[in-house]
Design a protein around this ligand. Sequence first.
Ligand SMILES: Cc1ncc(C[n+]2csc(CCOP(=O)(O)OP(=O)(O)O)c2C)c(N)n1
Ligand SMILES: [Mg+2]
Length: 1036
Amino acid sequence: MVWHRVGTVAARAAARSVVRQVRSSSSLVGTVRDYGVRERTGRDLSSALTGWARALHSSKERLQQAAAAAPRSVPLSKLSDNFLDGTSSVYLEELQRAWEQDPKSVDASWDLFFRNFTGQSAMNVGLSGQTIQESMRLLLLVRAYQVNGHMKAKLDPLGLDDKKTPLELDPALYGFNEGDLDREFFLGVWRMSGFLSENRPVQTLRAILSRLEQAYCGTIGYEYMHIPDREKCNWLRDQIETQLPGKYGPSRKAVILDRLMWATDFENFLSQKWTAAKRFGLEGCETLIPGMKELIDRAADQGAENIVIGMPHRGRLNVLANVVRKPLRQIFSEFSGGIKPSEDAGYTGSGDVKYHLGTSYDRPTRNGKRVHLSLVANPSHLEAVDPVVIGKTRAKQYYSNDKDRSKNMAILLHGDGSFSGQGVVYETLHLSDLPNYTVGGTIHIVVNNQVAFTTDPKSSRSSPYCTDVAKALNAPIFHVNGDDVEAVVHCCELAAEWRNKFKADVVVDIVCYRRFGHNEIDEPSFTQPNMYKVIRAHPPALDIYMTRLIEEKHLSQEEVSSLQDNVFRILNEEFNSSKEYVPSTRDWLAAYWQGFKGPEQLSRIRNTGVKPEILKNVGELITTLPDGFTPHKGIQRVYDARKKMIATGEGVDWATAEALAFATLLVEGNHVRLSGQDVERGTFSHRHSVLHDQKTGAKYCPLDHVLMNQEEEMFTVSNSSLSEFGVIGFELGYSMENPNSLVCWEAQFGDFANGAQVIFDQFLSSGESKWLRQAGLVVMLPHGYDGQGPEHSSARLERYLQMSDDYPFAVPEMDPSLRRQIQEVNWQIVNVTTPANYFHVLRRQIHREFRKPLIIMSPKNLLRHKSCVSNLSEFDDVQGHPGFDKQGTRFKRLIKDKNDHAQVEEGIRRLVLCSGKVYYELDEERNRVGASDVAICRLEQLCPVPYDLISRELKRYPNAEITWVQEEPMNMGAYTYIAPRLATALRELGRGTFEDVKYVGRAPAAATATGFGSVHQQEQLELVQKAMQKAPIKFP
Ligand SMILES: Cc1ncc(C[n+]2csc(CCOP(=O)(O)OP(=O)(O)O)c2C)c(N)n1
Ligand SMILES: [Mg+2]
């Protein structure tokens, strides 16, 4: 088992480069006799020191190898390296020579060093024979420990790693030998934290080394020297070098033991009761539980009130039971298969396996506080929940006005394989410091059991550690031996302190093992025979800790046994109670969701029209720029045109309609958030929601000013990182927190949304059914065939439709007073063709008593299409206005033919049903050929199907041939979804069957669209012509 092989290679390379540099320094030749890379030495400090002593004279062979390496010259420019930054390893001698010739030729910190050093050492005459070079080399050794000490730390509980100690940690490299161990050396006092600042300028080599070994090479390996921020490094150095772990007093030890016991016994208990069940137990990393609990206690002490947790399958039940404190009887009941709530318990959804379910509880902390913990439900897809957790946390921060982000925080748990392997980890990490996405630091804990299913780390990643991805963010990483529970607890505490102090991400990497197979019924020895031989003989962390406490006389064997008995007694009691456990109806309504309706409950339908005076008022506000603001000329024209639309009430375009929807929702007190790539301007340069002063560069967002003293984030529009999976996951999490918010994610082009397919498949389309959690996220996917080629034409409408769960062969209850169709379906899919309808569909998201995801096929060429405009009167709620029908003003699920047709039109020979922008092309062709005997209806809402309105139109045209027209290929677009449903509508009216739903559109195709502009035009022309042709349509 080689979990660090690559690291070793890297370490060797790094060491070799230092060797080359040192070798080229003439003053070191002859002093340094051993460049050997040693095998790791013994486990405790004394043996480590002995190990060094032994290593001081060995490995001639390697010396030769190193000597063979070509010396490298160092450019003089290098001499300006700042001594305190990073891993500087310039030639000290050259540096000193340069400084002696001209102190200004080196960086000021070096100047200070040499001045300080020469002055001080002159006064310390007792340091016999010590040279400046020795002290400087010692400083390099100290630095080497800070940088690479983790590579020598005893991290693997199984002792299987074949890590080599990096050469830089060998005192011999710096010219020291055994005889130097008790010599005193001048180290100076530094303006940096850690033991160099302790005002002990003179120390023996032995004291220095034992201190470094203790701090950096025990059971914790600290990686932090990649962080370029001096304050952060100093803070960490201070924590690491001056506050050594393992200093817990008896009462803390007792708490740690108790928590470890619960973690261990819980798994044992499950394995006894359900011998053949899969539970993805935590065995091998039970110390996670005391670690997490400590982290939460510490965070609560620092002011955290809510903690959102995301985690994979491994150890989930244990975390639920022992950290989140989900009642044991409920867990046991669910483990037994649970009882599916009865029909009268209301909507129960499809449910999910026990190790995916989420939950939330208030948990008391050790110091008597209370903290609310939410474990977010997740799918099997590892790491997919990460951005969702972060989005939810950010929303909590917004709603609780948590400006410094101290009241709400996130903890993400990861596996070693998934943390390094899954791209969404990187996407999520990169949200961490973006102004509109940051949560003030996430605490990551990796359950690093050194295997992923059957795959060894060497096949699983190309980086030394599974956590290296977090280095890109300059997050500190604490690697810790999972057998040392106090060290794990210490790291978790430190992580909480870090997050509290710097509001930045931090990683705790618990190096552990997996006692059983991937799950309990898997055989691990098929693939990891040697590792599992060691594991079988390896005592659990609880045994190790109990033995230690007994040996150290903190507890007697009897006390430990009685604690154990107590845990098992409670587990047994809870198990017995679980047999009678009756699940309560639904636990899905979080605080802000009181009063919202489930899919089985009737909900009121509200109008979405707005009073004309409000429309005018907000319309004026969102088209006015502040005095002295100099917009780009082109944008000034856009805003002038918008102002005119509001003033005249005519020609309202898409972007203005959207802004009006946002503004009116804001006025009504809702939070509105729109995020995605380039959404501030809009990919198609149509939105211009944030304007840039052409003289000063200052930004202005009119929608930030529709209310007096509007709260800064109440309207948020934000360009996102170039991520789909990460960002839409974030927005989904955000949308789930509070229903009184319109949260929208817009894709650059709809094509790119498939980079986030997991969010659509596993969360958006099925989350409510699996986990009983509603989400009203709006997803805008630019879609439409305008000759831009295969990747900028299709948002893959068919995929969303295919995932819709409405039954195709029966018409559901459509009476407006009884209709629950839209509540029962998993989501809504629309392809809207007028600005007014867009306005209403956005407002409808908020103006109802339930939430449903909304997928919008958004337009591209309709953004500026002369016919795609609405009158302001279609936005208002005035009786008699065009938008007002017998129900009031609402989103139109179907737009009937634009001509004023009577209730029955016998002369219409064809009813064209279509959706989206092709409507305008069809209408144009109809005008061109004068086909007044063709009616065109637009299905604005594809899912759920507006059967009532379709059947109204079918009745209106009793003699018409029913034709579905689309611009997408036959195997794409809405055809395969809509055809059986139209057939159902026909059958209901006795009007025909599937054969009677005619198809006009592109032929089936592999690529979504042609790459040739001329072919596109020809195809488009043919399909609209065919839709108007006199002859009957042949297909199918
Ligand atoms: C995205 C994704 N791909 C593949 C899988 C199948 N799978 C389940 S667990 C697992 C191994 C995970 O390894 P690791 O992250 O180290 O966690 P561990 O199981 O070791 O705790 C795999 C590949 C999955 N669940 N999700
Ligand atoms: Mg693993």
